[in-house]
Design a protein around this ligand. Structure first.
Ligand code: ATP
Ligand code: MG
Length: 258
């Protein structure tokens, strides 16, 4: 059984097909990529898998559970975490509170327990704090725990997003352009971090990314979409030689893939 199975999903916006009949499987313990020129439908695909946007037609399964129509918080509980193309950190909260917040939605207390700050609430908060700190340490961010996200460099904010996404202990991690805005050194470092996450946490990762060196080095399977349609799927070696892919990129990005 595969971890994720996407069966012919489609999404239209006012008659414009953002993505049509897109299918893919994601095995366990694998890093794969979805690539394609601007506007190809990559983010829309992530939005449907993570429940941020509804699916018009098609089905999505996580292991043997159909998640097609589930709201995003339920899909998250089933083990899908994601990051966003534009960094989405909460500025008013400290670095550690940003990480904790992604988990607190799982904890349910009665209003009375919250009001009196009961022992159960206090115990859970201490445990949460410890777990969040472990994730910050994993990403070498613990010294910034009490800082505000804005005081961190772009590269560190991207790492903080990863810490926050992992706090939910996902089986599947979706990363939408994790290297956007990073310089080449930060991008190389991120590449190593993504591989480390995959190996140490035993999870599966799908990356949407324009940095082809990153994709080619760390992904075992690449899915290519163009104008909302899948035009190729294969290993990096296969994709780099694929005529339809070269055509799509030469038209749009001046051959960045070469
Ligand atoms: N909420 C929306 N309303 C209307 N059209 C949308 C919406 N979201 C996406 N689209 C359109 O759907 C198409 C696919 O957009 P999408 O954001 O998925 O592309 P992308 O591959 O992620 O592009 P990029 O590389 O620029 O991030 C585009 O034509 C876009 O304009
Ligand atoms: Mg996008």
């Amino acid at each position: 059984m595969d971890l994720l199975r996407v069966e012919a999903i489609s999404k239209n916006f006012g008659g414009v097909a953002a993505i049509s009949n897109f299918s893919m499987v994601q095995p366990y313990n694998t890093i794969s990529a979805i690539i394609g020129p601007n506007g190809a439908g990559k983010t829309t695909t992530f939005n449907m898998i993570s429940g941020v946007q509804t699916v018009d037609t098609g089905k999505i399964f996580l292991e043997d559970v159909e998640i097609t129509k589930l709201p995003s918080h339920k899909i998250q509980r089933f083990g899908v975490s994601r990051t966003f193309q534009n960094i989405r950190l909460i500025e008013g909260l400290s670095v550690i509170d940003n990480v904790k917040l992604s988990y607190t939605s799982r904890l349910t207390y009665t209003m009375f327990e919250e009001f009196i700050h009961s022992p159960r609430v206090r115990k859970n908060e201490t445990v949460l704090e410890d777990i969040a700190m472990e994730y910050l340490e994993f990403f070498d961010l613990s010294k910034y725990a009490k800082s505000k996200p804005k005081s961190l460099s772009y590269g560190l904010q991207r790492r903080l997003e990863l810490a926050r996404a992992l706090m939910n202990e996902p089986k599947l991690l979706l990363l939408d352009e994790p290297a956007a805005g990073l310089n080449p050194a930060e991008t190389r470092e991120l590449m190593g971090t993504i591989q480390k996450i995959q190996e140490q946490k035993n999870l599966s990762i799908i990356i949407v990314e324009h940095h082809m060196d990153l994709v080619m080095k760390i992904c075992s399977i690449i899915h290519v979409i163009d104008f909302g349609k899948k035009i190729a799927e294969g290993t990096p070696q296969e994709i780099i030689k694929n005529k339809a892919v070269l055509q799509a990129y030469l038209g749009d990005m001046g051959g960045e893939i070469c």
